[in-house]
Design a binder for this molecule. Structure first.
Ligand SMILES: Nc1nc2c(ncn2[C@@H]2O[C@H](COP(=O)(O)OP(=O)(O)O)[C@@H](O)[C@H]2O)c(=O)[nH]1
Ligand SMILES: [Mg+2]
Length: 233
């Protein structure tokens, strides 16, 4: 098992919140009822509720995970799928370092909507959508009898958009950890590569300055301000 795999839930509880090395913001996008909130709940609390309350506007969860020895703060934005919250949710698109596009594999319409959600991201991230790490998940894969979207079909769509693909179950926990760790590792590797590139170019900066400048989720390549560490969000 390497340092980027889920380990014992992945949380490094021995470290104080203020000691995180890197912050990564993830946003979930997809139709209502596909299980976006349940995925976040399973990942952050290891619990599942058969009856959830619809997300109003936007919500968030925080989890600290260990990636290659780094304490990573994952800030996970949970959006509502309904159109009436669109104005609110699109404001969070530009915060995202990574996006989870979610459909319900027992609901074909939710799969068809993925193209819509991809377009929404592109339309509201001012050309930086390609810098955002993305993953496509087909959730509710525990419902074998009701499955209407086969994993090969999901995989093909993910390939078309150059995304990773997982079939997940917020109920059983299948591939939930893997999804988040995959995204976090991809974002971290991208930032590390950029730091190495800047170093090679002889840009004299402290490690912290470099991390700040290569936070690829930042507006226009480094313009985004990191809020005070240790404070919520
Ligand atoms: N069987 C099963 N049900 C799920 C799964 N994920 C979510 N659900 C159920 O689907 C419904 C909608 O879930 P929710 O997380 O609120 O969806 P959201 O609107 O996308 O946030 C709830 O009744 C959940 O219990 C899953 O992986 N398997
Ligand atoms: Mg929800």
């Amino acid at each position: 098992m390497n340092g980027s795999q889920p380990q014992d839930g992945g949380t490094d509880s021995s470290k104080r919140k203020s000691q995180f090395d890197m912050k990564i913001e993830v946003i979930t996008l997809g139709d209502t009822q596909v299980g976006k909130s349940s995925i976040l709940q399973q990942f952050s609390d290891n619990t599942f509720s058969a009856h959830t309350i619809s997300t109003v506007g936007i919500d968030f969860k925080i989890k600290y995970i260990n990636i290659d020895g780094k304490n990573v703060k994952l800030l996970m934005w949970d959006t509502a799928g309904q159109e009436r919250f669109r104005t609110m949710t699109i404001q969070y698109f530009n915060k995202a370092d990574a996006v989870i596009f979610a459909y319900d594999c027992t609901n074909e319409a939710s799969f068809e909507s993925i193209r819509h959600w991809v377009r929404q991201l592109e339309a509201h991230t001012a050309g930086r959508a390609t810098q955002i790490e993305k993953v496509l998940i087909g959730n509710k894969c525990d419902m074998l009898q009701d499955k209407l979207v086969q994993p090969e079909v999901g995989q093909a769509l993910a390939r078309e958009f150059n995304m990773a693909f997982f079939e997940t179950s917020a109920k059983s926990g299948q591939n939930i950890q893997e999804t988040f760790f995959h995204l976090a590792k991809a974002v971290k590797d991208k930032r590390d590569n950029e730091v190495a590139r800047l170093s090679a170019a002889g840009v004299a900066q402290t490690g912290a300055q470099q991390q700040q400048n290569v936070k690829l989720g930042g507006a226009g390549g480094g313009g985004k301000k990191e809020k005070k560490k240790g404070k919520c969000c």
